[in-house]
Design a protein around this ligand. Structure first.
Ligand code: SF4
Ligand code: FES
Length: 252
């Protein structure tokens, strides 16, 4: 049987966006190295609930399969923790040594205000998507099936690579400028490669970039930390593609 682990956790507790937060220390033991980071937090919450002395720790999660982008935690100073290309829900406790001190914080960005403890409000991302991150379809009458438009395999693959962005916000949280350009550029590129997406491409890039600025995200200064911390390996080449789309929207 694998050796069970124990950890000292320093977890950010904050009642709401108005209150001042602080780190609180918790000890956890009998943790399987194969349990996920979120399962470890579940066990801690179980203990907190049974003690009845404080409210359980609030943290975001949904799929726990690395696809929904909900599990937004800053762990020991890195978005999604110490491993590359994994979300927090896919991070296992074997990535930490026994007796480690682990700091757990929410995303820190003005455009992601704290709701409670480790949960932040990422609806600014939703508002950017609503400003143009879609393809308009008239569903009244004779709607054409999107699949009847032939798309070359290399184009479909390029679009799919950009579409692997799960909107987690790690790129924003790890950027010193709190820039959302990796996220926004992936969404713009995903649609602009496809024939269905080309029709609205000019309006889309202008609206989405304007909305991103309006939501208070910073600018990109090419440090590329977003690319390093992105759990889906989204490349900063999409930022160049977005910049080209933006300039072309005013020229052509
Ligand atoms: S670009 Fe990467 S880090 Fe940013 S939201 Fe998408 S998946 Fe998350
Ligand atoms: S909970 Fe869905 S990606 Fe982690």
């Amino acid at each position: 049987m694998k050796k069970l682990l124990k950890f000292k956790l320093k977890i950010w507790r904050q009642e709401n966006s108005e209150k001042i937060g602080k780190f609180k220390t918790y000890l956890v033991n009998n943790i399987s190295p194969d349990s996920s980071f979120l399962e470890m937090l579940d066990l801690l919450n179980d203990k907190i609930i049974r003690n009845k002395k404080e409210t359980p720790i609030s943290f975001d999660h949904d799929c726990r399969e690395g696809i929904c982008g909900m599990c937004s935690l800053y762990i020991n100073g890195r978005a999604h923790g110490p491993e590359n290309l994994v979300t927090t829900c896919q991070l296992h406790m074997r990535s930490f040594s026994n007796d480690n001190i682990i700091y757990v914080e929410p995303w820190r960005a003005k455009s992601f205000p704290i709701i409670k403890d480790l949960i932040v409000d990422r609806t600014s991302f939703d508002r950017i998507i609503m400003s143009g991150g879609y393809i308009s379809v008239n569903t009244f009458g004779k709607t054409i099936d999107g699949n009847i438009i032939p798309i070359a395999k290399n184009i479909a693959e390029k679009s799919f690579d950009a579409a692997t962005c799960i909107g987690c916000g790690a790129c924003v949280a790890s950027c010193k400028n709190r820039s959302a350009m990796l996220f926004v550029s992936a969404k713009i590129a995903q649609l602009s490669f496809l024939p269905q997406g080309k029709i609205e491409r000019r309006k889309r890039v202008i609206n989405m970039v304007n909305k991103m600025d309006e939501e208070g995200f910073g600018t990109c200064t090419n440090t590329k930390v977003c690319e390093v911390e992105c759990p889906k390996g989204i490349s900063t080449k999409y930022i160049s593609i977005m910049n080209n789309e933006y300039v072309n929207a005013f020229i052509f």
